[in-house]
Design a protein around this ligand. Sequence first.
Ligand SMILES: Cc1cc2nc3c(=O)[nH]c(=O)nc-3n(C[C@H](O)[C@H](O)[C@H](O)COP(=O)(O)OP(=O)(O)OC[C@H]3O[C@@H](n4cnc5c(N)ncnc54)[C@H](O)[C@@H]3O)c2cc1C
Length: 437
Amino acid sequence: MAQQGTTADVVGIGAGPSNLALAAVVDEHNRAGRPRISMEIFERKPAFAWHPGMLLDGATMQVAFLKDLATLRNPRSPFSFLSYLEARERLVDFVNHQTFFPTRVEFTDYLQWVAGAVDARIDYGTEVVAVERAEEHAADGARWVVDYSGPDGAGRLRARSVVVATGLRERLPAWATEGPRLFHNHRLLEHLGAAAFDPHGEHRFLVVGGGQSAAEVVQHLHREFPSAVVESAFNSYGFQPADDSPFANRVFDPDAVDDFYDAPDAVRTELMERHATTNYGCVDLELINELYAAEYQEKVTGRRRLRFRPATTITSAITADDGITVALHDRLSGAESTERYTAVVCATGFRSTGVSEVLSGWDVDADRTSVARDYRLLVDGEPVPGLYVQGATEATHGLGSTLLSNVAVRAGEILDGIERESASAEAGLTVTVAKGA
Ligand SMILES: Cc1cc2nc3c(=O)[nH]c(=O)nc-3n(C[C@H](O)[C@H](O)[C@H](O)COP(=O)(O)OP(=O)(O)OC[C@H]3O[C@@H](n4cnc5c(N)ncnc54)[C@H](O)[C@@H]3O)c2cc1C
């Protein structure tokens, strides 16, 4: 339970990588003996977890481990992945492993290690339901009052700054109604466990989507259910490889944030479209090759369990107690078909809620808000003091916004902003650092 009656310097909403990176830089600031900054993070999950529904055996990171929570900001940070390896006594073993891409299981353990080590209080099982403005010129310097609901009921915490990092929400197609036989891949393991599909049953699964998650789910179901048929329906003709070539990868560099933020809107949009396959609708080439090899092997043996349906869309899905009936449209031939499946997994991506969920009580339309270069919320182009946004900034700050690539540097920039605002508040000034700061 949060410390009632106190005022936190920084309240983080969401204990994912973004706010953990912020907690790491706040901790380093405090260790350096500078005036202590208190940080409290609210996390609605009951315990630390990083995309647990997709914690698939053997799945690896899509980003080099050096893009951890701290290294690009401070290579000597006590919260780097290398410091974690040293603490876990696996540094030499990891070096021998000769990979830049640890498994997601290991990276989750790293994130959990940081969560347990940083100088920040993390309240799990606690959901922030609203953020309201504190009274003007409050004696404690609070600008915000954060309303939350936790294991002990509802509570409020006053804060000088609030950093919203609530991540993305699952996106289901219009034809899909979530249930035990139809669900988003983000909760795959949870749903598979709850439905308790017999591992040796002769199931028929359909995976919808053509990105990395879809391909991972196809492989997982194919491996874990050795008697099941696994079908994969996607829009393109074949899985498109992720572009992780070095020049293209520069779209994720810390400097790219300035380039994208300052670019004319049309140019930014065009470049994001050109480089979409660095992240969207694309699959690791290694995984594409593995799936191809698995399908080819089945052609050799004649025991076909893996089936790809290119250029195929779904038009309806009707769930019954014993299965789900799906209408498919083959865009190449124009053929319509109706098939029966055990379950359908929608690997159909995510949507950003921005700050709209926690600011739902505000009388501000989402289209009047955006985010300043220094990550403060802008309303009608004016920065809102002490309210920062991480993640939901792709349209302004570029393709790295929702990823790990830039969390370390971004966290440092946000702390700089918080300190700048706090120094100005002490001097009785208002800081208005907007575009290009
Ligand atoms: C399966 C999967 C694999 C991925 N792999 C990679 C990868 O390899 N490399 C990469 O760069 N990116 C990857 N990503 C992208 C990923 O989203 C980011 O890496 C990272 O998780 C973003 O961190 P975040 O803290 O901004 O958001 P999140 O990790 O989504 O964390 C947000 C947190 O906020 C909490 N929350 C939300 N609302 C509230 C509320 N109102 N009150 C309290 N808590 C709240 C949520 O429970 C959640 O824990 C992957 C994404 C998925 C889904």
